[in-house]
Structure formats: structure tokens, C-alpha cells
Design a protein around this ligand. Structure first.
Ligand SMILES: [Fe+2]
Ligand SMILES: [Fe+2]
Length: 344
């Protein structure tokens, strides 16, 4: 039986605790924050000791329970970004708690407001846009959070505000959101745009989501923090599906950093794609359905041995070359198994 690592255990405990807490708050039951805080402490420790595994867990998609997984993923991504921004100790744990509770104002709202294949209508949107104020109010009134829970309340209130003064709730442009809110804004946008269903949108490819965030970065995000986040994720973030020039499809399992790994990640091959693919990069989403056609399962479940795409041969040329990214949601390839069983 595979060993449950500290990082996987911390992720699972946080997921279970936050799911229960949102259910309790929605039902008007007392909220249990102590267990949640212990789980966040272990997640913060895992972010320090085993960041790669946490990022792989946060890249897993499907399997239901989208909302509690969204909260847990935003917590993971915020902790890893906060750590890079120099936060540690109590500050990092506060950031993790604030990230987990950022959407607490949604508890009590019907799930089908957020989960589904269509955009919310005007009435739903109006209700949805009240969640920062409701969240702030809830955290103020809930017993069990410590007296110094100001960061959690601020993030619940500010996580949809943009540095250029747009976003909601409305505010004076001169007053910038707190640094925790700016970190959670980035983690929240990345996770929701790469997950299908959250806010009624279809999932974007991880590299596309990041590219889009960078394109609109000036008004939407704190540029320094977005830079740290983008360096952490790399050009092809963990969970991306790549097509190599020899038509091998691979799952990105480690990416980012200052060196060549930023654009040339560590991958696991999952399938040979025998049919030629015209335009994997930038093609229409619908055309990607062809990638799955005729796939031969040459690799074990979970993929073949890890390959470092920055590896060069004796003449200094790269051994493998990336043709482009594929859309995992349109391919019949087991991205999850490759992410969960990855070991170097
Ligand atoms: Fe939100
Ligand atoms: Fe969110």
C-alpha cells in the first residue's frame, strides 16, 4: 500500500476540516477552528519541506467536491507564494487560514450558484458579489477564531479587489488591499480559472490561465507577487499536458524555478499519440478532441519514468523538445495518476 506522505496527509486533513467547517457554518452550527488551524500548520510545514508534492496535489482536477478543494488549493498556492515573499511562522499560518476562509461568505449560498456549466445570471451574480461583505461579517461574529483574526477578515473582504481600484466591494482607489489579500487574489484566480465549474466557467489549460493573468496583470494583480507566483509555476505549470516533438504526451510534475526548469519542466510520459496533430498550441478548443483518438497505452498507469526536459546530449542539444500544450480535459489521459505517483 502506498505511504501517505506528510504533505498528502496535511492536504487531506485540511480538505476534510474546511469542508466540515463550511457545512457547519451553513447549518448555523458552531465552527470548529482549532482543528482547522492545526491542519493549516501542517500544510505550512509541508509548503516548506515538500512544496513540489503540495503543488501536484493542488493540480489534481475532477472527482467532485469542487468547492472544498478550491479552498484547500487556494490555501496551498497562497502558502507557497507567501513563503517566497518571505513570510514565515505565525504570519504564514494566518495567510493560510485567511486563504482557506476567503470565500466563507459563500457558505449558506446554494452550491449550484458556483458549480455548473453556465455563467451565473444577473440575479445570481448580485448575490454572489455580496460574499466578501457577508464573509467579513461572519468572521466578526463567529466564535472560535482568535482575537487577532484581522488578516482572515481582511482577506474575506478584499480578495476581489484589484490594485487599480476596480473589483468589489467598491473602495477608494488609493487604498490598496492588504498584502495577504493580494496573494489570495492571485491564487484564487489561478485555481478557479483552471478548474471547471467554479463560477460556471470551463477550465483553462494551466499555461493559458497563467498567460492570461500576466496579460492583464497591470490593473488586476500586484506585479511583484504575480512575478513570484509565475516563477513558482513555470511556463508550463504542474498538471499541464505537453506534446513532445516525437508525439509523446507527458504530464508536467515539476516546474518553475530560476533555471532552465522554468520553461523545461520535469515530466512523466503518459501516452504515444500516433496521429499527427496540426496545431496543439493556440488551436480552437474543439479541435483538440483529436489528440485522444488512437492513443496507444504504452505506459503504465501513472506514466513512465520521470524525464527532465532540460537535459542535453553530449553535443549540448536538448534531448527532448516541446511541441506545445494539450488540453487535459479533452484528452483521455490519466493526468491525476501521473501527478499522485510522481517520485524522483
Ligand atoms: Fe470569492
Ligand atoms: Fe475563491
Amino acid at each position: 500500500m502506498p505511504k501517505i506522505t506528510d504533505a498528502a496527509g496535511a492536504y487531506a486533513r485540511t480538505f476534510i476540516r474546511v469542508k466540515r467547517l463550511f457545512e457547519d457554518v451553513a447549518a448555523g452550527q458552531p465552527a470548529e477552528f482549532r482543528g482547522l488551524k492545526r491542519a493549516v500548520l501542517s500544510l505550512a510545514e509541508a509548503a516548506r519541506a515538500d512544496e513540489g508534492r503540495l503543488l501536484r496535489l493542488a493540480a489534481v482536477r475532477g472527482y467532485g467536491d469542487e468547492l472544498p478543494r478550491h479552498y484547500t488549493n487556494v490555501c496551498v498556492l497562497s502558502l507557497c507564494t507567501g513563503k517566497r515573499a518571505g513570510l514565515s511562522g505565525r504570519r504564514l499560518v494566518h495567510l493560510g487560514m485567511a486563504a482557506l476562509l476567503h470565500d466563507i461568505g459563500r457558505s449558506g449560498m446554494p452550491d449550484d450558484l458556483f458549480i455548473g456549466n453556465s455563467e451565473p445570471d444577473d440575479q445570481a451574480l448580485e448575490l454572489l458579489n455580496t460574499h466578501p461583505v457577508t464573509g467579513f461579517d461572519l468572521l466578526l461574529r463567529l466564535r472560535g477564531l482568535e482575537d487577532d483574526a484581522v488578516p482572515e477578515m481582511l482577506v474575506a473582504y478584499e480578495h476581489h479587489m484589484n490594485p487599480d481600484g476596480t473589483g468589489y466591494p467598491p473602495r477608494k482607489a488609493e487604498r490598496q488591499p492588504d498584502v495577504f489579500s493580494r496573494i489570495v487574489r492571485i491564487a484564487d484566480n489561478y485555481d478557479s480559472s483552471t478548474s471547471s465549474g467554479v463560477y460556471g466557467k470551463l477550465a483553462l489549460r494551466p499555461d493559458k490561465a497563467l498567460e492570461l493573468m500576466r496579460k492583464r496583470s497591470a490593473g488586476y494583480y500586484d506585479l511583484e507577487l504575480l512575478g513570484a507566483f509565475a516563477r513558482m509555476m513555470g511556463v508550463y505549470p504542474v498538471g499541464s499536458l505537453l506534446l513532445l516533438s516525437d508525439l509523446t504526451a507527458c504530464v508536467v510534475c515539476e516546474s518553475g524555478g530560476e533555471g532552465e526548469g522554468y520553461a523545461r519542466p520535469v515530466v512523466r510520459p503518459v501516452a504515444k499519440v500516433p496521429v499527427p496533430v496540426d496545431e496543439p498550441e493556440g488551436g480552437e478548443e474543439g479541435s483538440s478532441a483529436e489528440y485522444g483518438e488512437g492513443v496507444e497505452d504504452e505506459f503504465p498507469v501513472g506514466g513512465g519514468p520521470p524525464e527532465d526536459l532540460s537535459e542535453r546530449d553530449a553535443s549540448g542539444r536538448y534531448v527532448r523538445n516541446i511541441t506545445g500544450a494539450l488540453d487535459p480535459s479533452l484528452c483521455r489521459m490519466n493526468v491525476t495518476a501521473a501527478l499522485l505517483n510522481f517520485q524522483l
